[in-house]
Design a protein around this ligand. Sequence first.
Ligand SMILES: Nc1ccn([C@@H]2O[C@H](COP(=O)(O)OP(=O)(O)OP(=O)(O)O)[C@@H](O)[C@H]2O)c(=O)n1
Ligand SMILES: C[C@](O)(CO)[C@H](O)COP(=O)(O)O
Length: 232
Amino acid sequence: MDWGAVIVAAGRGTRMGAADNKIYLTLDGRPVLAHALEAFELCAAVTSVAIVVAPGEESRVADIVRAEGFAKVSEIVPGGSERQDSVYIGLTALRTDGVLVHDAARPLVTSAQIEACCRAAEAEGAAALAVPVKDTIKVSDGAGFIVSTPERRTLWSVQTPQAFRREELMEAHRLARSEQATATDDAMLLERLGRKVAIVSGDYSNLKITTPEDLPIAELLLARRRRESDGT
Ligand SMILES: Nc1ccn([C@@H]2O[C@H](COP(=O)(O)OP(=O)(O)OP(=O)(O)O)[C@@H](O)[C@H]2O)c(=O)n1
Ligand SMILES: C[C@](O)(CO)[C@H](O)COP(=O)(O)O
């Protein structure tokens, strides 16, 4: 199967509270976005990459792609108002049989994790990287009280990338749009149709840069990764 990637980068980074969109913040001397793109550039399974950016930021992202020499980037397209809209726009820009959806805000993803998602989706139809939750999770009543506690051993914290047959994910998105169903990730759109999505065991370090404390944590994790690869 040939694989394309949709990198969603069209958010506002509101929870980060920075002056600039979080995907342009500097992490280990480069924009957060460049780290995510590099993992896809280095993954042999991936042949093309579509980046979905905030409208008006196309040339800024094109400059980063040019400066970094990312040869797999085939499209830079303006996104929508919600992540789900941005993913759908990205899907329409690709022609590959398989598609990986990834948050630009997850810069610590590795090419080995991307490859593992592709292989699992080739075997099972769809796959998502995830890690077991560490905390006990509670369901609230919305008024500040706990109503129940799901069995922790069944709970996974899902990440990206998530891998699909492109046509199947497109169909799931189209249906969701026509039924005004919203989803915070793409696996959810297949789940609602009763389709199976395999869990690929990931790594806690594949964090999403969301709030200010995430950036220094990502710096530390990258420094540790570099020390390990240098053998120091
Ligand atoms: N309309 C949107 C909203 C989000 N995203 C992307 O989806 C990923 C995950 O979203 P999130 O972490 O929520 O990013 P933001 O929406 O930027 O953050 P916030 O919710 O704090 O504003 C990010 O890479 C973000 O750029 C997108 O492409 N289009
Ligand atoms: C897709 C995702 O990263 C899986 O954990 C997450 O749901 C994105 O949520 P966000 O609110 O758009 O950051």
